[in-house]
Write a protein that binds this ligand. Sequence first.
Ligand SMILES: *[C@@H]1O[C@H](CO)[C@@H](O)[C@H](O)[C@H]1NC(C)=O
Ligand SMILES: *[C@@H]1O[C@H](CO)[C@@H](O)[C@H](O)[C@H]1NC(C)=O
Ligand SMILES: *[C@@H]1O[C@H](CO)[C@@H](O)[C@H](O)[C@H]1NC(C)=O
Ligand SMILES: *[C@@H]1O[C@H](CO)[C@@H](O)[C@H](O)[C@H]1NC(C)=O
Length: 671
Amino acid sequence: MENFGIASALLRLLLLQLVGSGRGHLLTGQPAIDLRIQAREQLISQSNDSVYVQRLMRLSKSAEMRSYMQQDADACDNFYDYSCGNWPQINPANDAYPRETNFEQLLVKAYRHKQQRLMEQPANEEVDEVAVLRLKEFYASCLLYRQASEDLYRVQLQEIVAEFGRMPVLSLPGQEWPAEEFDWQDTVARIKRQYGFNILLLFQQSADRIYVGQPKQILPEGNRKAVADDIARHLERHLGVDPNLAVTTAREITQFEHQLAAVMVDRRVGVMSKLHITNDMDYVDGANLTQYVETVLGRELEANELLYEHVPGYLNKLDDLVAVTPPHVLANYVFNELLKHFYYERTESVLEQCVSRVRDLFAELLDNMVFKQYGDEGTLKDIDAVWQQVQRSFRGALQNSSADWLVPETREKLLEQLYTTSLVINGYADVNFTQRYEELQLKPRDYLHNLRTILHHQSLMVKVKAQTSVTYDPVGKRVLLPVTLLQPNFLWSRYYPKAVRYGSLGTLLAQQLAHSLEDASKWDAKSFAEYSKRKSCFKEQYGRLRLNGHYLPESDLQAENIADNLAIQVAYHAYRRLLAELDPSFLGSESLPQLNLGSRRLFFLSFAQLWCNDANEQFRDKQSLFLGTPNALRVLGALSNFKAFGRDFNCGSASRMTSSQKCQLFTVNLD
Ligand SMILES: *[C@@H]1O[C@H](CO)[C@@H](O)[C@H](O)[C@H]1NC(C)=O
Ligand SMILES: *[C@@H]1O[C@H](CO)[C@@H](O)[C@H](O)[C@H]1NC(C)=O
Ligand SMILES: *[C@@H]1O[C@H](CO)[C@@H](O)[C@H](O)[C@H]1NC(C)=O
Ligand SMILES: *[C@@H]1O[C@H](CO)[C@@H](O)[C@H](O)[C@H]1NC(C)=O
């Protein structure tokens, strides 16, 4: 096996070298090859610790890092181009998909591949936990459902409709659809209760609040014809609707959805919600929220259970829209929204469909499975060591004289914050999945039955969104590290120099610690005024940065830039201190073969390459306006403020990477 692994690692080197010479585009454009190599590389890296493997892994990392670099660019003129200049050639963005490519995507792609391999491992009653067995049972039933008869499938879909009433488009010829029997609010409430879908109305319980109101925003669709065609095809294929009727119905549904999209806004649940006051006058004809919630919960509301309107104003607009919509259109819309979750495509890739279903339905469990596989003691210890060092350096920065402008009580509070923030790897280690899934009764081949069972099982749970970047959770005072980052051989590996992990993981963690200090309740007025003074330095400085000849819009939102600046300095300090503490003989391993960079330069390169990206021009313009500082300028801005960078790369005082006026919140002391 070892030979095989080494052969693959060499293949990877070869691919990367081809890319480096400008010919490898097509080759690495094939994700299958990429992922197979990643997988093999992992096998060797896990199974053998020999010096030879270590050298191979380092060669491979070096080849990867070099492949993104544009080595003839001047590091002191534009360090982003120097570090990432070749990235767009290797991972090009385009007009449609992907409109942007970045490092996070590579991690996610490899992660999804690992998830898939876990679900594909045959079920084993002896070693698999109950929850994992259920997941695999469901996956298998999905794959096998391809063999079920079309007739059975159609009958099952009709059964789902029949649970809630009748869908107008399914009426038999000559049969009248009884409009007076259709109560939209009651129907969507029962659908929510049974399967958890938020159609027209949202219901969400979190902590002690019940939110009711606008569901997740539906975006206005540019190409309505394509959407209508798609719906028509589904009605015909899955439900056997007559082609002409399917086209008319699909057009009506799309038209309604378009009007609905027009009254929606983009807002997170919990933001700007309003306590719902029952007012008999307001809701005589329209939605009765109390009734809706009681149907969803299947019980009466208690006196102390209060309802909050998510997106106040939505309900009135929805009422107005419903009032002018023919009942059969509304009903077709509601049932179509229900059924689309149950369609099974036997003509397209069944495998892909089933994998994505499992990922959707068992998101937390899958993260937990990966966590168990990769979160071994050694890895967790490595991550924790970086975290401890970074935290220590951050506290050092706050204690040093450059932070004397903080009023003492505020300084104490911020230090306290740094002491109490914890690092959590988001692998759901605290969830008892046995408890969650043991009651679930699945059937070997009956995919639709299983899907209905699982959806019902979790109908009132809040759906978690897969996390792919490091974030700070102010409620739990935790920095959350997504499981995607646990994957070995990306940001770090036990074989790589520590410079790589401090430059990447270290800066990511420090950045979130910086964000943890932003909580306004910790700041007194005087310290805050001083903070604002420093912030305006950043504001002016970043306003002078240019990307492709365009200036960045000057922005009051400097928190991200300030966090970037602090992060690189704190992580660098942590890394330097680590080097000072280590056995000097260790220094020899703080470099990568064929990459002629000392430990500190390697640190900076690892940081910059975290932010390599490519975005198509149109998207890029939007990005710089709405999504904050573009990646390239984040790197340039943060490094040009940092004296140590200029010194480590011997940049002259006139070079672009050494800003003469340095903006600082606190100064990290390196002497
Ligand atoms: C690791 O590699 C060495 C030499 O190549 C070999 O002797 C040893 O058995 C391997 N260990 C494992 C765990 O595969
Ligand atoms: C709303 O529903 C609740 C519970 O079913 C009922 O008590 C109340 O009278 C209804 N309000 C209106 C305005 O219809
Ligand atoms: C998880 O739940 C099951 C029963 O649902 C229980 O037997 C088991 O002890 C629980 N595990 C832990 C670690 O609490
Ligand atoms: C704080 O100051 C001390 C003494 O000058 C220094 O050793 C330490 O590295 C400084 N820490 C930071 C994070 O600047």
